[in-house]
Design a protein around this ligand. Structure first.
Ligand SMILES: [Zn+2]
Length: 264
């Protein structure tokens, strides 16, 4: 009997231990998922998008021009964007229609599609450490792009120095000078394009080299405008000259008539 009781108590102990283990693993896994969610919440989608667009517009054209391959370790690499897969699955059908590329559901505005991604497809986020492009916003001047009219607030020299440091560390990690002439040139360009403007003097503006796509669109628009205005200009000149000719012919007729009348 005594032995049986001992056996029972050891069996109960085993059961308790097993249950304890199960509970702790479930708790740990739920903790991990909430941690993932916390990471997702902590990275701003809007600011990540702004950072991505800035990189695409003001850096990638020059990187492509140099035929340079950015390392995956470089935080500016498109792969290191937590939202990239979702953003690539946005279908902009019309001004008022955005479609989810995963489940084809339609939305009236981009922000509703963003909410849908957050609620339905958060499992597709590329969650890993250092994947939040929004964290680079200080270095990349996202506020300059998000608020087209930057409020004139007092410049904080400490914040400017911090952003400059972040900016320079990005230049060093993404374009190591010892890697060759292309990396050296891109390193220099990155400093001029993004880092020089991190001062409180306010004299230097970011993106000094401009965006390639932007200038192309600008020149395209200007040339179309000129092409449209040229015929109108020539038409005005032609009409003006015709009117002038008519005027001189009438004057000539009048003067001839007056000459004929004089002898009589
Ligand atoms: Zn969907």
């Amino acid at each position: 009997m005594e032995e049986n009781r001992r056996k029972m108590s050891s069996l109960q102990l085993c059961c308790f231990l097993l249950i304890g283990c199960l509970v702790s693993t479930i708790y740990a896994s739920s903790g991990a998922s909430s941690e993932e969610h916390a990471q997702e919440v902590h990275c701003s989608r809007e600011r990540s998008r702004a950072a991505y667009n800035i990189i695409e517009e003001y850096l990638i054209p020059f990187v492509e021009q140099e035929n340079y391959q950015m390392s995956h370790k470089c935080k500016l690499h498109p792969r290191n964007d937590i939202f990239r897969d979702q953003e690539d699955h946005k279908i902009h059908v019309d001004v008022n229609e955005w479609r989810c590329g995963y489940c084809k559901k339609s939305f009236r505005a981009e922000k509703f599609l963003d909410q849908h991604f957050d609620n339905r497809h958060y499992n597709l986020l590329n969650v890993s450490e250092g994947n939040c492009l929004a964290e680079l916003c200080g270095a990349l001047h996202c506020d300059h792009v998000i608020n087209s009219v930057v409020p004139k607030s007092k410049c904080n020299p400490a914040a400017a120095a911090r952003n400059r440091h972040l900016c320079e560390s990005l230049a060093d990690s993404c374009f190591p000078v010892h890697q060759g002439p292309s990396a050296g040139r891109l390193h220099e360009l990155f400093l001029r394009q993004f880092c020089d403007a991190h001062t409180c003097s306010g004299r230097i503006k970011p993106f000094s080299r401009g965006g390639k796509k932007h200038t192309n669109i600008f020149y395209f628009a200007i040339s179309i405008l000129i092409l449209m205005l040229l015929p109108i200009f020539y038409l005005i000149v032609y009409l003006y000259q015709r009117e002038m000719r008519k005027g001189t012919q009438i004057l000539r007729r009048i003067s001839k008539q007056s000459l004929k009348k004089k002898p009589s």
